[in-house]
Design a protein around this ligand. Structure first.
Ligand SMILES: Cc1cc2nc3c(=O)[nH]c(=O)nc-3n(C[C@H](O)[C@H](O)[C@H](O)COP(=O)(O)OP(=O)(O)OC[C@H]3O[C@@H](n4cnc5c(N)ncnc54)[C@H](O)[C@@H]3O)c2cc1C
Length: 398
């Protein structure tokens, strides 16, 4: 008896991080979806390396539009909807304080946008009353957003995968796509798979894959560290996650201590194949200690102990690259999700699924995230997360 083979997929999604899994989950009710992941299991790269903060108050309006969709979905999910695939809540409402040390107007556009969308935002005159770690901090402005959440990216990805299986979709892990052309994907080893649509949700490997395809799409992987403190007296699960945005330092409560970042940034292209996580260099620990002393003195005694670094991958304008590739019919991008891929995860899946189905997204202007949009050939990088230290670099992968 010949083996019963699964029907050919209509959509192949490459990349089992939050972007790929969200797209797969959102499409699986109408399309036969095959999800490919080069690692032994999905969700092992940037999706496993982040701080989980769902930030709707971003600088870019497309990022905010996508994050607002994710936040609305999280609220629905937390109320018990979608229990078939997500039996437990995958996020916690903690609130957030977005503060500014120097430039009080830095988030004014974001505040206006979010307020117009009905978000409750408070300008804090005594930020330490809401976020005790801001005690003693010299601030030009502080915004409190009670609706902000922390997401469990692992649980979210697992739910997407459970739903994909429930709806008849398939996952193949441990397979690397090495070439993509309209209608087909070639795997390392030579196997060729066919599908009408191919979605590239390949995170830090996106520039490599586009170069193999003979098109130049600019994706720049930037390494950033997250560090744990040991137990700390100010830590409590109810403390809002707190970010001093213009100087680049943040902390969120974690296991009785803090998960913290100095918002360091270092250009770093990954080798082909899985494995983008790395250890924290001593200089980055020193940078965090210095920023804590200067900007979060209440955490000056929170010694960075463990930690890791991971890759956040941006298009040069730091806006996501979503939608059809203008030079390759049937190939779609869900990439360039930088430091906001948790925040935008659900919105990204909703947008790609709508467009592949031929539907419109009145909440997101497709042209503004067009993967073929023009970019400068130089990249504006903030080497230590401080806007004032921004400089231009011009490195590209070979
Ligand atoms: C230190 C740090 C802190 C962060 N904090 C936050 C935060 O607080 N809030 C927030 O919103 N975001 C945050 N992020 C960003 C967020 O984690 C990412 O934007 C998001 O995980 C990107 O998801 P992705 O699916 O695009 O990429 P990934 O999770 O990297 O997934 C891409 C997948 O594609 C696979 N792949 C690549 N190429 C191939 C191929 N050729 N064949 C098969 N498989 C392939 C990879 O193995 C990988 O699993 C942070 C990131 C880091 C590193």
């Amino acid at each position: 008896m010949s083996p019963v083979s699964a029907p050919a997929p209509q959509v192949i999604v490459i990349g089992g991080g939050l972007a790929g899994c969200s797209v797969a989950w959102h499409l699986a009710s109408t399309h036969r979806v095959l999800l490919l992941e080069q690692g032994d299991h999905p969700g092992g790269e940037a999706t496993a390396q982040n701080a989980g903060m769902l930030r709707t108050m971003g600088e870019d309006p497309t990022e905010r539009a996508l994050a607002l969709r994710t936040q609305a979905w999280m609220e629905q999910q937390a109320s018990g909807a979608l229990a078939e695939d997500f039996p437990q809540s995958v996020s916690t409402r903690t609130g957030a304080v977005l503060a500014l040390a120097h430039d009080p107007a830095h988030l004014t556009d974001a505040v206006a946008h979010l307020r117009a969308r009905g978000e409750h935002l408070e300008a804090l005159s005594e930020p330490a009353h809401i976020a005790p770690i801001l005690s003693g901090a010299r601030l030009a402005q502080a915004w409190y957003q009670p609706s902000a959440r922390i997401v469990d990216p692992y649980a979210l990805n697992q739910g997407f995968l459970a739903g994909l299986r429930r709806m008849g979709g398939q996952l193949r892990a441990g397979v690397q796509a090495v070439d993509v052309a309209p209608g087909q994907v070639t795997l390392a080893g030579g196997e060729v798979l066919a599908a009408e649509h191919v979605v590239l949700a390949t995170g830090a490997w996106s520039a490599q894959l586009s170069a193999r395809m003979g098109i130049r799409r600019s994706f720049v992987p930037i390494r950033r560290a997250l560090m744990h403190s040991g137990p700390h007296p100010l830590s409590s699960p109810a403390h809002p996650w707190t970010w001093i945005d213009d100087v680049g330092v943040y902390a969120r409560p974690e296991s009785g201590g803090w998960l913290m970042s100095a918002c360091d940034e270092r250009l770093d292209y990954p080798a082909p194949g899985p494995g983008s996580q790395s250890t924290v260099p001593e200089a980055t620990r020193a940078l965090l200690s210095d920023k804590l002393q200067r900007y979060l003195p209440a955490l000056a005694d929170a010694r960075p102990a463990g930690g890791w670094t991971g890759l956040r991958t941006f298009a040069p304008d730091r806006r996501p690259a979503l939608g059809p590739d203008p030079e390759r019919a049937g190939i779609w991008w869900a990439a360039g999700l930088g430091g906001f891929g948790v925040s935008c995860s659900v919105g990204v899946g909703q947008a790609l699924a709508a467009w592949i189905r031929g539907e419109q997204t009145p909440w997101l202007h497709a042209g503004s995230v067009n993967p073929g949009r023009a970019h400068p050939s130089r990249w504006l990088i903030r080497p230590d997360g401080d806007l004032r230290h921004a400089k231009l670099a011009s490195s590209w992968p070979e």
